[in-house]
Design a protein around this ligand. Structure first.
Ligand SMILES: N[C@@H](CCC(=O)N[C@@H](CS)C(=O)NCC(=O)O)C(=O)O
Ligand SMILES: [Fe+2]
Length: 431
């Protein structure tokens, strides 16, 4: 049989006959992958005949029909799963073997085991045209940013660095400025960890983004802007949040025009992260100003949806609303099923290790507050739960800093900075 051995686990080749499929086990194969759509040629045995012949030979069989122009990441992952499923050496074929090998090398590249140049070399060495794989990877990179999450155990916030591997440009999303409320001490440890990662990875910071004015921690946006020179941004409705909290803090001097940020994003606004297209979706409900950043296939949803076992964010802060949150979540769940969702907090239900990445598909299937739940039921559940939640311990500390883009209050004559709290201004006291 005509085949090319790629490694211990894989050989690829052109279309085998059904009798050749039957003999695969005798040649030491444990599985067959058919990557060829039916009816490409009249003489082709086709899926049913191959499945039957593989069954006869007692080897695993997987049908992953692809054309070079339409290979998706799901196809690549299915190919990897089929290799695991076989539990031994696999023969993968299409018409010539090129598509089968393309599926394999794309999986290797996605998992960081092969670089583009190694794919080209391999193709040349084997005389198989793998140029489609290189083109696929280029297009994929523009669609699929690298995302690193930095979990802050103190506030259980997740901060992100999202980067374009092509241009090495990155955005920092929702960075935390550390604050110890017991002593009033501030450090920049979390933000400095992010800066070290950025430097070690050879990245340039192009954006410092906040998804909303946080109620549980200080934003490190201003500190990072001073360190990197990159522009800061938040949702344009932050102006409404500023107006609301100017009243609560009795703070007439506060500018409520959003001018503390370099850019204010409205629903549907687009921008570039390196070569990757990014789009802003308005996602109010948790706060008036919440937005989702959709960067390639990665949506930074912050406090809308948490991990599926955690459900959703609360909607009872000033300006919050459960039904508005429901609508924002529905917009997010209308994104393609494979869209990666990166949440802003993980409260680690049951004490499990922190997690922050899911997909639209997983959330639709399994979110504890959403799967099989109507808007009515969600609003009831959310409002009932919110009545039981005490206010975040830093809400009064954090908002006065965060509605100023993470600027601390100006020092007084003695050089010290002071926060100011209203008494009896918020509901939700937990005695
Ligand atoms: N115990 C935390 C609560 C923080 C909190 O309320 N987090 C918001 C997001 S900013 C939330 O949605 N929490 C959901 C929940 O606690 O179930 C604190 O005091 O900081
Ligand atoms: Fe929040």
């Amino acid at each position: 049989m005509n085949m090319i051995r790629i490694n211990d686990m894989l050989a690829v080749g052109p279309q085998p006959s059904t009798s050749e499929v039957r003999s695969l086990a005798d040649h030491g194969f444990a599985g067959l992958i058919n990557a060829r759509p039916d009816r490409e040629e009249p003489a082709q045995p086709g899926n049913d005949a191959e499945r039957e012949a593989a069954g006869h030979a007692g080897i695993s069989y997987n049908f992953i029909p692809v054309t070079m122009a339409t290979i998706t990441e799901a196809d690549v992952r299915a190919f990897q799963a089929a290799m695991v499923d076989a539990g031994g050496t696999v023969f993968a074929h299409c018409k010539t073997g090129a598509r089968a090998l393309t599926l394999h090398v794309l999986g290797e590249a996605l998992d960081g085991r092969m670089a583009s140049v190694e794919i080209t070399d391999l193709g040349q060495r084997l005389g198989i045209d793998l140029s489609a794989a290189s083109r696929w990877l280029d297009a994929h990179r523009q669609f699929r940013p690298e995302v690193s999450g930095f979990f802050d155990p103190r506030t259980r916030s997740v901060q992100y660095v999202v980067s374009d591997s092509d241009t090495r440009k990155c955005a920092i999303i929702d960075p935390v400025l550390d604050f110890d409320e017991k002593s009033g001490a501030i450090t920049t440890r979390s933000a400095d960890t992010i800066l070290s990662y950025v430097a070690e990875s050879g990245l340039t910071v192009e954006w410092i983004l906040d998804t909303h004015p946080h109620a549980d921690h200080f934003s490190a946006a201003q500190y990072l802007k001073e360190k990197t020179g990159a522009p800061t941004a938040i949702g344009a409705r932050v102006i409404d949040v500023q107006r609301l909290w100017r009243g609560i803090y009795n703070w007439p001097e506060l500018r409520i025009d959003g001018s503390q940020w370099d850019r204010l994003f409205s629903d549907g606004d687009t921008f570039k992260l390196g070569s990757i297209e990014a789009r802003v979706m308005l996602s109010p409900g948790h706060t008036l100003a919440s937005i989702t950043y959709l960067i390639g296939d990665a949506a930074f949803v912050h406090d809308t949806i948490f991990m599926p076992d955690s459900g959703t964010a609360r909607a009872d802060f000033p300006g919050g609303d459960a039904r508005t949150l429901w609508k924002s979540i529905q917009n997010i769940l209308e994104l393609p099923g494979g869209t990666r969702l990166f949440t802003g907090h993980d409260y680690q239900p049951g004490g499990r290790a922190p997690k922050w990445e899911s997909t639209v598909g997983e959330q639709k299937r399994a979110n504890a507050h959403l799967a099989g739940v109507s808007e009515e039921a969600f609003a009831g559940l959310r409002e009932a739960r919110d009545r039981t939640l005490p206010m975040p311990k830093l809400i009064l500390h954090a908002l006065q800093v965060n509605i100023q883009a993470g600027r601390l209050p100006e020092p007084e004559a003695n050089g010290r900075r002071y926060l100011k709290f209203p008494l009896d201004a918020l509901e939700g006291a937990a005695w």
